[in-house]
Ligand binder design. Structure first.
Ligand code: NAI
Length: 480
């Protein structure tokens, strides 16, 4: 029986391995992690991450050929194929601080593999890593090899949170990069055989190691660039009276462009886009490609601009001050159908409003109060470390309260800010909400989910990103 061990039981390691185990009953899959709480949660009925469909998949194979364990060394030493799916945070100090990937967790995983292995291994990079990481990993492994042979493969993960299970079941492509040597090709084939249990062969792409590593960074940079492009257009729409939804529909109809990822919003978030672009920027700079680095940096700058612009719209519309005013925050996760808050635009928007002394009442159907308080007090980039190594937030932010539902968050509020596109925000009883708010009552829709005309008829003053401006906002300063 082939044995797979995955180091890192997070958003990628957990769902990916569950789907492999479900589709490959002849393979034993063990997911290991240094975080005891994470592994206990995977072994309980309350999984550590929220992902539609995940519970059902895990239920079917947990205890059959899918296991979660903290006994890392045992399972690594027994495995034929080891996936490494650990955190790759942005460095906060030293060389490349604020841009380069911190490979400390990766390196410690590689050293541990070298220490405990007694048989040949295929080591698969699942984490997103800088180009040429495989070379560094290879060096660590072979320097301590005791005659054991290692083959390094790059198999970046393209799943999107919120749709992870369907992405894993029907991936657009699976990418496997490896050495172009006989042993390298054999290792590529071994991993291909795993995916071939359920992925059609023409969707499994094989490349050299560096193409696979770079393709992951490039794909995320292109996706984030689309969001920044449409968000840049949204500012121009507001200035001209164009409607960004109409513009993106017209643009996306061009089959060379396509309709996806063209929704204007308060900005992109998630654990990957910013981190991966910063990483790409750093690699460009290290290779003397300053212009290329600046080109990609701009994608992040437009994202920051969009979040600032939103905060400024809120403050300037409300008589230039939100001091002491209650604002209901609808949604905190970085997108719908996930409880993940890593790099969510809600953090910067909330911090911006708190900077102007607002009182916030935050509601999100999937994010815990503790997580929100932690996010609002944590330093930039600290989130991307294993949970038990993250600094504790001693006290929450005083001006922030957490609400159980949208109605509680909006009660007596002066304004609502919609920051995540949860479906339930489309069908709230906005008449009831309006009746319980201070007047004038504002709605700032950062995800374009509400029916603007209907809300204006009720009496709200509505700002919706990239849409023709409410007369109220027309003479207010807009630019950050
Ligand atoms: P995560 O933070 O949810 O999970 C990483 C896990 O690794 C943590 O549970 C941590 O305790 C564990 N860990 C760290 N060092 C370890 C060690 N030495 N031994 C054992 N366990 C260790 O991170 P996530 O989101 O799963 O991401 C993992 C990688 O995949 C990152 O490189 C990320 O950029 C990449 N990625 C993430 C995607 C996403 O949507 N979240 C999508 C595609 C790639």
């Amino acid at each position: 029986m082939v044995k797979i061990c995955c180091i890192g039981a997070g958003y990628v390691g957990g769902p990916t391995m569950a789907v492999i185990a479900l589709n490959c009953p002849s393979i034993e899959v063990v997911v290991v992690d240094i975080s005891v709480t994470r592994i206990s949660a995977w072994n309980s009925d309350q999984l550590p991450i929220y992902e539609p469909g995940l519970n059902e998949v895990v239920k079917q194979c947990k205890g059959r050929n899918l296991f979660f364990s903290t006994d890392i060394e045992k399972h690594v030493s027994e495995a034929d194929i080891i996936f490494v799916s650990v955190n790759t945070p942005t460095k906060t100090r030293g060389l490349g601080a604020g841009k380069a990937a911190d490979l400390a967790y990766w390196e410690s995983a590689a050293r541990m593999i070298a220490d405990v292995s007694k048989s040949n291994k295929i080591v698969v990079e699942k984490s997103t890593v800088p180009v040429k990481t495989a070379e560094a990993i290879e060096r660590i492994l072979t320097h301590n090899s005791k005659g054991i042979k290692y083959q390094i493969l790059s198999n970046p993960e393209f799943l999107a949170e919120g749709t992870a299970i369907q992405d894993l079941f029907k991936p657009d492509r699976v990418l496997i990069g490896g050495r172009e040597t006989p042993d390298g090709l054999k290792a590529i084939q071994a991993l291909k055989d795993v995916y071939a249990h359920w992925v059609p062969e023409d969707r499994i792409i094989t490349t050299n190691l560096w193409s696979a590593e770079l393709s992951k960074l490039a794909a995320n940079a292109f996706l984030a660039q689309r969001i920044s492009s449409v968000n840049a257009m949204s500012a121009l729409c507001e200035a001209t009276g164009a409607d960004v939804s109409q513009v993106s529909h017209a643009v996306g109809k061009d089959s060379r462009i396509g309709p996806k990822f063209l929704n204007a919003s308060v900005g992109f978030g998630g654990s990957c886009f910013q981190k991966d672009i910063l990483n790409l920027v750093y690699i460009c700079e290290c290779n003397g490609l300053a212009e290329v680095a600046n080109y990609w940096k701009q994608v992040i700058k437009v994202n920051d601009y969009q979040k600032n612009r939103f905060v400024n719209r809120v403050v300037s519309s409300m008589f230039n001050t939100v001091s002491g005013k209650k604002i209901g925050i609808m949604g905190f996760a970085f997108k719908k159908d996930t409880g993940d808050t890593r790099e969510t635009p809600a953090i910067d928007v909330c911090k911006g409003l708190l900077g102007d002394k607002a009182r916030l009442s935050i509601y999100d159907p999937q994010v815990t109060a503790d997580q929100i308080q932690r996010d609002l007090t944590m330093n930039k980039f600290d989130w991307d470390h294993p949970i038990h190594l993250q600094p504790m937030s001693p006290t929450g932010v005083k001006q922030v309260s957490i609400a159980w539902d949208a109605y509680e968050a909006s009660k007596d509020a002066h304004a609502l800010c919609i920051l995540t596109e949860w479906d339930e925000f489309k069908t709230l009883d906005y008449r009831r909400i309006f009746d319980n708010m201070q007047k004038p009552a504002f709605v700032f829709d950062g995800r374009n989910v509400v029916n603007v005309e209907m809300l204006r008829d009720i009496g709200f003053i509505v700002y919706s990103i990239g849409k023709p401006l409410d007369p109220w906002l027309k003479n207010m300063p807009a630019v950050a």
